[in-house]
Design a protein around this ligand. Structure first.
Ligand SMILES: [Fe+2]
Length: 398
C-alpha cells in the first residue's frame, strides 16, 4: 500500500475508500516520506461538555451516531466519563466531569461545551514530536505507549491555540474499540436511522485580533501544512463587521484548518462574540461531509436541529444564480431547506450551518456536500455572517 492511499483506522471501519474520500473531502495524493510531520488524517474530536451522558444520547438520537466505547469510574477513570461515538469516519469523544476539581470540570467552567483536543492519526509519533519540538512547539505530553489486551498505541500531545491541543496517535499496532483504558460499549439507541455524515471535512479555529498569521505560521512551521487557495481578507465584510480568514491543510488535504481573526468593524463581530463567551481562542465549527445534504438536513430538522436562516433574497440574487450555474438539484429544493451554494473553478459545494450547539454562542456544525470544489463557501460568507449577526442581535451581543 502506498503512503498516499493509506486510510485511517476510522475510515477503514467506515468502509470508505480513497475515491469516495476524494469526492467527500477533497483527499489528494501525497508523498508522506518527505513530509517533516506526516499526518494520515483525523483521529478524534474530543469535547468537554456539561453533561456527557445526555450529550451522548443526543448524538445518537439526533445525529444518528453509534456509541462504540466508554471510559468512566467503572473502568478506573475517576476524573470523568467519556463516550466515544462515530458516524462514518467521524469520531467524537464526549467528556463530562465526575470530579468537580478535575481538568474536565475546569475546562467546562472556563469555556462551556467545547473542543479540548483535535486528535490526529500519524504514522510516527516520535518523528512528529521531534520536528515539532525543534521548531518551538509546546509538547504537552511526551511520546509514550498505552497498552491493553488489544495491543499498543503510541501517543503524545502538542499545544495549539487557546486551551486546545493536538494529540498524535499511532494506532497501527492496536485493534481495540478506541484506546487502552476504554471499553467497548454499544449504542443504547436501537433505531438511529440512516448515516447522516460520513467524514470530517474541516475544523475552524477562532483566534484573537492580530494572531491569525501566527497560527498559520504555526501549522506551516510545526506541522508542515500548506496554505490552501482560498484566502480571504476584507472581502468578508458586512455592514457591521469584518473578519480575516486563512486556510492551512495537511499534505493529503484530509485535515483542513481555516483560521479566523476578527478585524475592526463598526460593531462587534461574531468572532469577538465567540472569543468573549468561549473565554479565548478555540474551535468555532466542525464541518461534516455528507453525500446527501438534502436528506441529512430533512432528518436533522425533523429531530429538532435548528439551522441559520437564509433569506429568500439569497436565492433570487441574479449574481448568485449566474455564479452557481447548474447544480444537482433545483434551486427550489435548496431554498426550502436554506442550503447555500458556492462555486469555484473546480466545481461547487452545498453547505448549511446550525445554530450554536451548546448554551454559549460558540461552537456549531456545518454540513457540506462537495462536488469538485475544494473551497469553504467564500461566496457565502457575507450571507452567512449577516445571518449570524441577526442571531447576535437577538442575543444582545452586537
Ligand atoms: Fe466551514
Amino acid at each position: 500500500m502506498t503512503v498516499e492511499h493509506t486510510l485511517t483506522d476510522a475510515e477503514r471501519l467506515a468502509e470508505l475508500d480513497a475515491a469516495t474520500l476524494h469526492r467527500l473531502v477533497g483527499l489528494v495524493e501525497h508523498d508522506g516520506s518527505r513530509d517533516p510531520f506526516p499526518v494520515t488524517g483525523w483521529d478524534a474530536v474530543v469535547w468537554a461538555v456539561g453533561n456527557a451522558t445526555q450529550a451522548a444520547l443526543v448524538h445518537q438520537v439526533v445525529h444518528g451516531m453509534e456509541l462504540v466505547a466508554y471510559s468512566g469510574p467503572e473502568t478506573g477513570n475517576r476524573d470523568h466519563q467519556a463516550y466515544v461515538l462515530r458516524s462514518g469516519a467521524v469520531r467524537f469523544e464526549l467528556r463530562g466531569a465526575v470530579d468537580p476539581a478535575g481538568p474536565v470540570a475546569d475546562h467546562h467552567r472556563a469555556h462551556g461545551d467545547g473542543i479540548v483536543d483535535i486528535a490526529l492519526e500519524v504514522p510516527d509519533v516520535d518523528r512528529c514530536i521531534a520536528h515539532a519540538r525543534a521548531h518551538g512547539a509546546t509538547v504537552l505530553v511526551e511520546p509514550h505507549d498505552l497498552a491493553d489486551e488489544h495491543g499498543t498505541v503510541r501517543t503524545a500531545a502538542i499545544a495549539t491555540y487557546g486551551d486546545t491541543r493536538h494529540t498524535l496517535v499511532d494506532r497501527s499496532r492496536y485493534t481495540g474499540p478506541y484506546l487502552p483504558g476504554y471499553v467497548a460499549r454499544s449504542s443504547t439507541v436501537a433505531d438511529r436511522g440512516p448515516r447522516l455524515f460520513q467524514a470530517l471535512d474541516h475544523v475552524v479555529g477562532n483566534v484573537e485580533l492580530g494572531r491569525m498569521d501566527t497560527w498559520v505560521d504555526f501549522y506551516r512551521r510545526i506541522m508542515g501544512f500548506t496554505n490552501m487557495a482560498e484566502f480571504v481578507g476584507d472581502d468578508i465584510a458586512t455592514d457591521y463587521s469584518a473578519l480575516m480568514s486563512k486556510v492551512v491543510a495537511s499534505g493529503n488535504h484530509r485535515v483542513k484548518f481555516p483560521l479566523n481573526e476578527p478585524s475592526p468593524g463598526r460593531r462587534r463581530s461574531q468572532i469577538d462574540e465567540y472569543l468573549q463567551f468561549y473565554g479565548g481562542p478555540g474551535v468555532q465549527h466542525l464541518a461534516l461531509a455528507t453525500d446527501d445534504i438534502l436528506r441529512t438536513v430533512d432528518v436533522l430538522r425533523s429531530r429538532g436541529v435548528e439551522f441559520l436562516d437564509t433569506p429568500a433574497a439569497y436565492y433570487d440574487d441574479p449574481d448568485l444564480r449566474a455564479r452557481i450555474g447548474r447544480v444537482r438539484v433545483p434551486i427550489g429544493e435548496l431554498r426550502s431547506r436554506g442550503i447555500l451554494v458556492d462555486r469555484d473553478e473546480d466545481g461547487y459545494l452545498l453547505q448549511i450551518f446550525t445554530k450554536p450547539v451548546g448554551d454559549r454562542p460558540t461552537v456549531f456544525f456545518e454540513l457540506i456536500e462537495r462536488h469538485g470544489s475544494l473551497g469553504f463557501g467564500k461566496g457565502n460568507f457575507k450571507a452567512l455572517f449577516e445571518a449570524i449577526e441577526r442571531e447576535q442581535e437577538r442575543r444582545g451581543n452586537i
